[in-house]
Design a protein around this ligand. Structure first.
Ligand code: NAD
Length: 259
C-alpha cells in the first residue's frame, strides 16, 4: 500500500480502523489522515463515533460506520458500506477490544464470550471480509492489536490474556495464508496505555506493578502505538509479515513477570 500524500482524496489509499472512535484507534486514524489516507472508523459506540467524526470534520476522507465486530452480518455490511463510499481498502487495523480483569472463579460465561467475541472473533471476521477487497487491489496490510497480556500470563486476565494470545497466533495463521496474495498481517503487543480501557481495568495496584516492571517506568501513549501501526502498514515494512511487535517500554525484553 501507499503511504505517500496522494494528489486527490479519491486516489488516496483507504484504512479501516475498528474501535476507531477513541483511544488507540483514534490515534491510529489520526496517523492515517496525516499520511494522506481516507479512513473508515468502525465502532460499536454510536455516540462517541458521531462526536469523533464531527470533530474530525472531514467527510470526504472520514467515514463513520456504527457496527459490532463480533457480528458476521454487521462486519459484512460495514465492508460493503466502506467499499461503496471509498472504492477500495488498503489497510485494516483490528483494534476494537474489550477488557475484563477478574479471577478465574469470578469470570462469567458472558464475560468470556464478550471478550473472546470482540478480541478474537472480531479480527477473524473483519479480516475474512476485507481480504477479498484487498486482494482485488493487489494486496494490503492488516495489523492486529494484541497486548503484552497475550505474550505473558498474569492473574486476572484469563479471558483477556487468552483472547490476545490467540490473536497473536491468528496473526501468524493469517500471515501464512494471506501473504500468498500480497496481504501482510502483523500484530502489535502494546504495553499499558492511558485510555478509557486502562481507566476501567487498571487498579492502583496494577498501575504500580506496571511501573515496577517496565524498564521505561511509564505508560505508553496512544501516538506511540499509532506510529508502530503506521510503520507496519507502510512500504517501509514491505517484507515484514507474521510478526509481533511489542511496543511496551521493554517489558517483554526485561522478562520480569506481573503477579
Ligand atoms: P478503548 O476502550 O479506549 O477503545 C476501544 C474502542 O473499541 C472503543 O471505541 C469501543 O467502542 C470499541 N469497541 C469495543 N467493542 C467493540 C465491538 N464489538 N465492535 C466495534 N467496536 C468496539 O480501548 P483502547 O485502550 O484504545 O484499546 C484499543 C485496543 O488496544 C484494544 O484491542 C485493547 O485490548 C488494546 N490494548 C490496550 C492497552 C491499554 O493499556 N489501553 C494495552 C494493550 C492492548
Amino acid at each position: 500500500m501507499n503511504s505517500s500524500n496522494p494528489s486527490s482524496a479519491s486516489a488516496a489509499p483507504v484504512a479501516v480502523v475498528t474501535g476507531g472512535a477513541r483511544g488507540i484507534g483514534l490515534a491510529v486514524a489520526h496517523w492515517f489522515l496525516a499520511h494522506g489516507h481516507r479512513v473508515a472508523l468502525w465502532d460499536i459506540d454510536a455516540e462517541t463515533l458521531g462526536r469523533t467524526a464531527a470533530e474530525l470534520n472531514d467527510p470526504a476522507r472520514v467515514l463513520a460506520v456504527h457496527m459490532d465486530v463480533s457480528q458476521p452480518e454487521q462486519v459484512q455490511a460495514a465492508t460493503e458500506q466502506t467499499v461503496a463510499a471509498f472504492g477500495r481498502i488498503d489497510a485494516l487495523v483490528n483494534n476494537a477490544g474489550v477488557a475484563v480483569f477478574k479471577p478465574i472463579g469470578e469470570t462469567t460465561w458472558t464475560d468470556w464470550q464478550t471478550v473472546l467475541g470482540t478480541n478474537l472473533n472480531g479480527p477473524f471476521l473483519c479480516t475474512q471480509a476485507v481480504a477479498p477487497v484487498m486482494k482485488k487491489n493487489g494486496g494490503g496490510a492488516v495489523v492486529n492489536i494484541a497486548s503484552i497480556s497475550g505474550l505473558r500470563a498474569s492473574t486476572l486476565r484469563v479471558a483477556y490474556g487468552t483472547s490476545k494470545g490467540a490473536l497473536i497466533h491468528l496473526t501468524k495463521q493469517q500471515a501464512t495464508e494471506l501473504g500468498t496474495v500480497g496481504i501482510r498481517v502483523n500484530a502489535i503487543a502494546p504495553g499499558p496505555v492511558e485510555t478509557e480501557m486502562a481507566k476501567l481495568v487498571h487498579s492502583v495496584a496494577i498501575r504500580s506493578d506496571y511501573h515496577d516492571v517496565i524498564p521505561l517506568n511509564r505508560y505508553g501513549t496512544t501516538e506511540e502505538i499509532a506510529n508502530a501501526v503506521g510503520f507496519l502498514c507502510s512500504p517501509a515494512a514491505s517484507y515484514v509479515n507474521g510478526q509481533v511487535l511489542a511496543v511496551d517500554g521493554g517489558f517483554d525484553a526485561a522478562g520480569v513477570g506481573l503477579p
